[in-house]
Write a protein that binds this ligand. Structure first.
Ligand SMILES: Cc1cc2nc3c(=O)[nH]c(=O)nc-3n(C[C@H](O)[C@H](O)[C@H](O)COP(=O)(O)OP(=O)(O)OC[C@H]3O[C@@H](n4cnc5c(N)ncnc54)[C@H](O)[C@@H]3O)c2cc1C
Length: 805
């Protein structure tokens, strides 16, 4: 061990070794991996080591595909056999609802070009005769499903990295971490101290403890997991090829051939945590005693679906632990608030995701950019609230128990709630609000006043809340709608250096005092980092408004680009709350609540003022996402309840209704407005999204200018367009493919029924040559192709007169 390395990775499981390999592949070779015991000594050694491409987040699915392709390459590079088997795998549909769900999923995988396809029950039983066909309707076949040898794969990564110059130090526990003034880290280990420019926490089962060493509480926790391995099955002994893997989604089990026997794994509905804070330091390569009674119900279903298991002996039980995060995806990237401390942990699917984690982390460290939209795995997608013990346990238990349960786009799950509530929460509930949750914050989805027993049924099709949302849209278009904006993030940027700093951070020019502007924020690569609104409250005082759930992500970006600027950044997201009031009567409602002139002349479109509204002292900005005349009214959190009462009292007689996010989606689609995480992400350039019209290319230097200028010089491959879809009783949700005949020309980013224009609508990225061509299109809606056509302009108020009225 040397006394200093550029990078030290803590942990030699599949993930740490992949990061080691990828960094060396990018030319960083002054690098060491320090492992407490032996390589694989955490979760890795006893994993079933199955892999698959399918994932609910298509970006993660694409990265899983990368991981799988990598195995052969590292085998060749290292000379270490990874024990790769890839017979493909079937996910079974044994209920009509699941069959419909899988059809919808299959369409989404077409978008990704992954090659997953639907399979008949006959095909499944012919390929896997041990599957009991009763009730089997079909399945989804993923040709990339299989398994590796966990020991071989881990050693292959490590071996290939060693060949490229990396060091692997075994039997040496990292005991403590100290941040040094120059941004480097001192690591105290069992065999002495070492310094490193960067530290990577890839400590798997111990990652929470290694987080604590740097003062961070990472939202991950280990849980138990069982699988069994049977004696040889004569039919598998007789078989020349390998039987495909099978996942019985309704049965909570997965199965893969293990030599000539069967490996059956169980995701039980009554899961169990194990050492919430992480394994003990002296935890060896031991198994946890099996708890067959606890998993009995799922085992019985498994034995019924695979009856041959009933007459064959069980050779081995494995009950081990691996880590889960609240949404089941890993924690990757630089930890907000710390310098040069990176995570590559919280990974429950090391053999599907390990390679990808290594790739994005290496890109990030070397290029300053992960190279793809990996927000779904970014450590900054959570705030500190997610590390609360009960929150973490409830969320991870919910995730585990629902691992194979169908997820519906309109479904709101109960775990970890209610956590954050605005002062108006009870009043909104009394007004019939049905809440969803964004980053722990309860946010009204729709209001069902006078229907206390209303329950929305989860569905892939339009739900029983359709008419309720229609009424909210109608109220907004004819009078006014009142939307809770507590799921907006607000940052105050102030100080003598504020204007200069923001000017180089944002791609648009800064507005004059009393005005606001849409301001895309770019990465040096020219890709988007935000679709913010910037408001100038005073010459050196600004508000930036963005998405609530991006707080840690955006704050990390702001701080990383602060340099020596004389600027104060204050996060107001919890301390200032408000409402968006929009619709033709919104000015009348506002005027009735204030002595201040709110006429168009006094408060024009994109104007902003401090105004007393009722008893509150509000910041009122004139804009809306509904396409109507509208105002965003923001007040100190303690005044939000008063504002709600005043707006309701004055608005209701004029036809105003409280509305939820579902109505907002319908309204914004009618205007063709995109939002972050759907239409706008770090994968897209402004030219693709149409946000380039908010870029002031000629204003001088700003982050991403050069790359954005280069991108502007050539037409983007794909562009964001609005489609009218001839849907029946369902609308698109996202990632469905768009077709021109047999040519797949793009994919959907979001969709909704436009209640006012009475048209199903979709925003989609389509190939450049199609973006202006009037060719007939088709879009998959719940797995069925439906006709669609390009809309040259938004169907509602295309000239934007209402906004400016
Ligand atoms: C029963 C079971 C079945 C599974 N089946 C599958 C499957 O089929 N497919 C799949 O993809 N995944 C599966 N998994 C999950 C998979 O094992 C994990 O996703 C993966 O192993 C995580 O790897 P890791 O490198 O992040 O962590 P780990 O394997 O836990 O490695 C962390 C390493 O860090 C070291 N370490 C920790 N602290 C320190 C320190 N202070 N100093 C030095 N070293 C330290 C540890 O000794 C350990 O070797 C399964 C897991 C189990 C238990």
């Amino acid at each position: 061990m040397k006394s200093h390395y550029r990078v030290v990775i803590i942990g030699g499981g599949i993930v740490g070794c992949s990061v080691l390999y990828h960094l060396t592949r990018r030319g960083w070779t002054d690098i060491a991996l320090i492992e407490r015991a032996e390589l694989t000594a955490g979760s890795t050694w006893h994993a079933a080591a199955g892999f698959h491409v399918l994932n609910e987040d298509p970006n993660v699915a694409a990265l899983q595909s990368y991981t799988i392709k990598l195995y052969q390459q590292i085998e060749q590079e290292s000379g270490q056999n990874v024990g790769m088997h890839m017979p493909g795998g079937y996910s079974l549909a044994t209920t009509p609802a699941r069959w419909e769900w899988l059809k919808a999923e299959a369409a989404i995988y077409e978008t990704l070009g992954i090659g997953a396809r639907l399979a008949t029950a006959e095909e499944i039983v012919a390929a896997c005769p041990i599957v009991e066909p009763t009730g089997l309707l079909g399945g989804l076949f993923d040709p990339h499903e299989g398994a590796v040898d966990p020991h071989g794969a881990t050693h292959a990564f490590a071996g290939a990295a060693r060949k490229r110059g990396a060091e692997v130090i075994l039997r040496n526990r990292v005991l403590a971490l100290t941040a040094l003034p120059n941004g480097h880290w001192r690591l105290d280990t069992e065999h002495g101290a070492v310094t490193a420019e960067h530290v990577i926490n890839a400590a798997g089962l111990w990652a929470r403890r290694v987080g604590h060493m740097a003062g961070v509480d990472l939202p991950l926790t280990p849980m138990q997991h069982h699988y069994l391995i049977t004696e040889d099955l004569p039919e598998l002994v007789a078989r020349k090829d390998e039987m495909p893997c099978v996942t019985d989604l309704e049965g909570f089990t997965y199965l893969q051939q293990e030599r000539k026997g069967i490996l059956l794994g169980i995701y039980e509905r009554n899961p169990k945590h194990w050492k919430t804070e992480g394994a003990e330091w002296d935890y060896g390569m031991e198994l946890i005693p099996e708890e067959i009674e606890r998993i009995g119900a799922e085992l019985s279903i498994g034995f019924a679906r695979f009856p041959r298991l009933q007459d064959i002996g069980i050779r081995k039980w494995v009950n081990g632990a691996f880590t889960f995060t609240p949404d089941g995806n890993p924690l990757v990237g630089p930890v907000p608030g710390l310098r040069n401390y990176w995570t590559a942990c919280g990974c429950m699917s090391g053999f599907s995701q390990g390679g990808a984690i290594g790739l994005v982390l290496a890109n990030w460290m070397v290029d300053g950019d992960p190279g793809a939209d990996i927000f779904g795995m970014d450590v900054a997608r959570y705030g500190s609230f997610a590390s609360n013990n009960k929150y973490l346990r409830d969320m991870t238990a919910q995730f585990y128990a629902r691992r194979f349960v169908m997820a519906y786009p309109n479904e709101e799950l109960p775990a970890g709630r209610p956590l954050k509530m605005t002062p108006s929460y009870d009043a909104q509930q009394a007004a019939g609000a049905h809440f969803g949750v964004v980053w722990g914050m309860e946010s009204p989805q729709f209001f069902a006043p006078g229907q206390p027993d209303f329950v929305e049924q989860p569905s892939l099709r339009r739900s029983n809340a359709h008419a309720i949302v229609a009424a909210e849209v109608a109220a907004t278009r004819s009078a006014a709608g009142l939307l809770d904006t507590s799921v907006y993030a607000r940052y105050e940027i102030s100080g003598p250096g504020a204007a200069a700093w923001l000017d180089q951070l944002l791609a648009n020019t800064l507005p004059p005092v009393g005005r606001l502007r849409l301001a895309p924020m770019l990465a040096p690569s020219g890709k988007l980092m935000g679709d913010l609104t910037v408001t100038r409250l005073a010459p050196d005082r600004f508000w930036l408004v963005g998405s609530y759930y991006l707080q840690e992500w955006h704050l990390r970006w702001f701080r990383d680009h602060l340099g020596s600027a004389n600027v104060s950044i204050e996060n107001l997201s919890e301390s200032w709350l408000g409402f968006s009031l929009s619709g033709p009567r919104s000015r009348d409602i506002l005027a009735s609540l204030t002595h201040v002139d709110v006429s168009d002349a006094a408060l024009p479109f994109l104007g902003c003022q401090h105004i007393d509204i009722g008893l509150t002292q509000a910041v009122v900005a004139r804009l809306s996402l509904t396409g109507e005349l509208g105002y965003e009214i923001t007040v100190p959190a303690s005044q939000q309840r008063s504002l709600w009462g005043a707006l309701l009292e004055h608005g209701t007689p004029l036809g105003m209704k409280p509305i939820g996010m579902r109505a907002q989606d319908s309204l914004r689609l009618e205007k063709g407005y995109g939002v972050w995480s759907l239409e706008f992400t770090q994968s897209y350039t402004p030219a693709m999204t149409g946000l380039d019209k908010f870029i002031a290319f000629d204003k001088g230097e700003f982050i991403g200018r050069e790359a954005a200028l280069e991108a502007r010089a050539v037409a983007p491959d794909q562009r964001l367009v609005l489609l009218a879809v001839e849907a029946l009783d369902a609308d698109v949700t996202g990632f469905e493919p768009v077709w021109a005949g047999t040519r797949k020309i793009g994919f959907v980013t979001s969709g909704a029924y436009g209640h006012h224009v009475q048209q199903s609508l979709a925003l989609a990225y389509v190939d450049h040559d199609i973006a202006t061509a009037p060719v007939p299109l088709e879009v998959h809606v719940v797995g069925e192709r439906r006709p669609a056509r390009l809309l040259a302009e938004p169907p509602y108020d295309p000239k934007g007169r209402k906004l400016r009225s």
